[in-house]
Design a protein around this ligand. Structure first.
Ligand code: RFL
Ligand code: PHB
Length: 390
């Protein structure tokens, strides 16, 4: 088989790249290790920047997003027993974010790809990129015990943090930067109305908590937990009790609890691999970088990466110019590092660290107090949270 761009991974990065390239008349094949149901069952991100929404519009899959997504103008920060609203729309001159689950983004993109008759190989084993340091890269994979090969012009490694693409690069050609945080997030999904119409980010002496949602009748709550903790230690009752301890009284009074329909623990880390291009292979999304979820940037960075990459490839095929692909890594990384900084900052300000002594706790509170009382600080948070320009 031959294609122009072989995409490894059918997560949001790979699927969105596939639709953008299709729009620009570039052929793709996507190779995915898991089956479609597994990909759709991963409960992850929920908050989309305007730029991500725009890309969904560009590829013609935003109808359901506009119908079911919830547009949010602000967020709330809770600390010291009180809540403070940040009006991001006002602070940024009109920018907002949209609540729409990653599962729904993925579903819409998958359906569009199927409708367009584009090839996605699910359950592809041992996917391996080859010869990307030459003009004739290839990808091999096994399906039902038979080995296949795809010859291509380029490989897009959209296979997430544990994918094969980044691991195929010689260690001498790649530089990585990371920070592992000494805690995780325990998340639950419940078929209950959200406690408040907007997200509440809560700093508390017992640890961080976040109240978010998927719709007007489905809520998602997170609690900072120990890294060695396990979901089996957390009955629903224990989860709700701990959440109530961390929220302000008004929120506790409004909280509607119910049985969880999903419960999981995610570790938090910051990670960047440089560069994001190796000859004729590009990395995009979690394959190249990870952010702690506190800034809600992971999925949105995957979207901005594939925007830059699709523009570069469009230029390559349309105008026979390599300028875009030569600039891809630097262009993408400039935006990535700003989101890394923002996500690290939000995480540092809101979580309890093992070395959070009385002084550090006071500094965290002073920073939050400054933030909610300074137009300049709120504008800075808001422009980062709603998404820096592409
Ligand atoms: P994905 O989603 O991991 O998809 C990669 C795909 O590649 C496949 N794959 C392979 N395929 C073939 N061969 C191999 N060897 C392969 N290895 C892997 C995988 O099966 C998978 O289908 O990466 P992608 O596309 O880059 O998308 C990134 C996002 O999923 C991620 O950044 C976000 O979920 C992060 N995130 C959030 N991001 C936001 O923008 N807003 C949020 O509100 C937000 N909340 C979150 C989050 C992540 C969380 N967790 C669980 C880490 C909340 C949480 C709790
Ligand atoms: C989510 O809705 O899952 C979500 C929202 C905002 C975050 C992280 C996760 O910062």
């Amino acid at each position: 088989m031959r294609t122009q761009v072989a995409i490894i991974g059918a997560g949001p990065a790979g699927l969105l790249l596939g639709q953008l390239l299709h729009l620009y008349g570039v052929e793709t094949v996507i190779l995915e290790r898991k089956d479609p149901d597994y990909v759709l069952a991963r409960i992850r991100a929920g908050l989309l920047e305007q730029g991500t929404v725009n890309l969904m519009e560009e590829v013609g899959v935003a109808a359901r997003l506009h119908h079911e997504g919830l547009v949010h103008d602000g967020i709330e920060l809770a600390f010291d027993g009180a809540r403070h609203r940040i009006d991001m729309k006002q602070a940024t001159g009109g920018r907002t974010v949209t609540i729409y689950g990653q599962t729904e983004v993925t579903r819409d993109l998958m359906e569009a790809r199927a409708d367009a008759g584009l090839t996605t190989v699910y359950d592809a084993d041992d996917v391996t990129p080859h010869d990307f340091d030459t003009d004739h890269p290839r990808v091999t994979y096994r399906k039902d015990g038979v080995t296949h090969e795809i010859a291509c012009d380029f490989i897009a490694g959209c296979d997430g943090f544990h994918g094969i693409s980044r691991q195929s690069v010689p260690t001498s050609a790649i530089q990585t930067y990371d920070r592992v945080y000494p805690f995780g997030w325990l998340g639950i999904l419940s078929e209950t109305p959200p406690v408040s119409p907007e997200l509440i980010y809560c700093r508390h002496e017992r640890g961080f908590a976040l109240c978010t949602m998927r719709s007007t009748h489905r809520s998602r709550y997170y609690l900072q937990c120990n890294l060695d903790d396990h979901v089996d230690n957390w009955s629903d009752d224990r989860f709700w009790d701990e959440l109530k301890r961390r929220l302000d009284q008004e929120a506790v009074d409004h909280l509607i609890t119910g049985p969880s329909i999903e419960k999981s623990i995610a570790p938090l880390r910051s990670f960047v691999a440089e560069p994001m291009r190796f000859g004729r292979m590009f990395l995009a999304g979690d394959a190249a970088h990870i952010v702690p979820p506190t800034g809600a940037k992971g999925l949105n960075l995957a979207a901005s990466d594939v925007h830059f990459l699709s523009q570069a490839l469009r230029e390559f095929y349309g105008e026979k110019s390599s300028a875009g692909i030569d600039a891809y890594s630097a262009t993408a990384l400039a935006r990535v590092w700003k989101a890394e900084r923002f996500s690290w900052w939000m995480t540092s300000m809101l979580h309890l660290f093992p070395d959070t002594d009385a002084f550090t706790a006071r500094i965290q509170l002073a920073e939050l107090n400054y933030l909610v009382n300074s137009q300049a600080a709120m504008a800075s948070l808001s422009e980062n949270y709603t998404g820096l320009p592409y």
